[in-house]
Design a protein around this ligand. Sequence first.
Ligand code: KG4
Ligand code: ZN
Length: 365
Amino acid sequence: MTRPLTLLGIESSCDETAAAVLRLENGRATLLSDVIHTQLEEHAPYQGVVPEIAARAHAEIADRTVAAAMREAGIGYDALDGVAATSGPGLIGGVLVGMMTGKAIAQAAGKPFIAVNHLEGHALSPRLGGDCAFPYLLLLVSGGHCQFLEVRGLGQYTRLGSTIDDAVGEAFDKTAKLLGLGFPGGPAVERLAKSGDGQAFAFPRPLMNRPGLDMSFAGLKTAVARAAAEAPLTDQRLADLCASFQAAVCDVLGGKARRALEGFDPGKGESVRFVVAGGVASNQAIRTALETEAVSCGGQLIAPPLRHCTDNAAMIALVGAERMAAGLIDGAGDLGAGARPRWPLDEASATRDPAYATGLKGAKA
Ligand code: KG4
Ligand code: ZN
């Protein structure tokens, strides 16, 4: 039996301002509140997230969001055991807002502050549901991230492969933009793809037949642009372009997932838990492709509820609580930590391949 821990979590690394209060007791997480404000309306006119607009919007509502989460949880700041906030990677203006809010609350309440890696939040997010024991294989697919990770335990993450250019959600958004479908693009592309023919266009499957688990989506988007410019965009042609693009993404993610599953040994004769998280995990065709691979390898696909697949503060509070429970936080915690626009989850492999830590790959990896 361990003492229950109550944590406030804050998330502001992209276009969601979120705060949540979570209680961790004997390894089980209970959410006392889970508030998420999305900035979709602010960014929609620009068909993408504008960092300056995001930072300003976070600053405008961060305190109200935290207050709402505390009110919903029905507790005062003195009842908290710690305050956790995303400290990177992400858009630096937004990260700073959430981090400073968290540090100020922690200091005023005399509680430890925990600087959380946003990617660790996603990596542990399936554990919010309580039925996802270590180890598991994770595919994180969102507008900002695209990587396979082996999650062996708290703090034990191995990056197995990631995109070398665009994240997969970014490819959906750029494809939608060039086809004039609005933002965010993923849901619009999926909707149109339903009435299209996935074989109408033979789009490339980048890096599909190369060894390893790295992925690439920039060329695919360019191929769609070229095909779209060739003839007038009738409704059917538009649907065929979306379906063919989505079919290529499904093939690449499915093919790489199969390779990852074949190389993953959970040990002790257990079957594989394969988790998909991130906004793109809401795409039904992609889920089906991943599930087919998981099942054919004798494993199961676990997809957290969409609310916890996309950016949220519950997963940030969970990381804080799990780190406290493991005795990794003393004194004032990480009060001296700075915001990090790039922060690879797997520092060891980032050191071996510095492109992942500092270069273009870093943001998506
Ligand atoms: O996780 P998320 O909310 O935010 C981050 O990027 O961190 O993911 C948003 C991304 C966007 O690129 C959006 O187009 C994509 O997820 N997305 C989808 C679908 N719903 C959202 N992509 C494909 N199909 C969908 N149904
Ligand atoms: Zn994210």
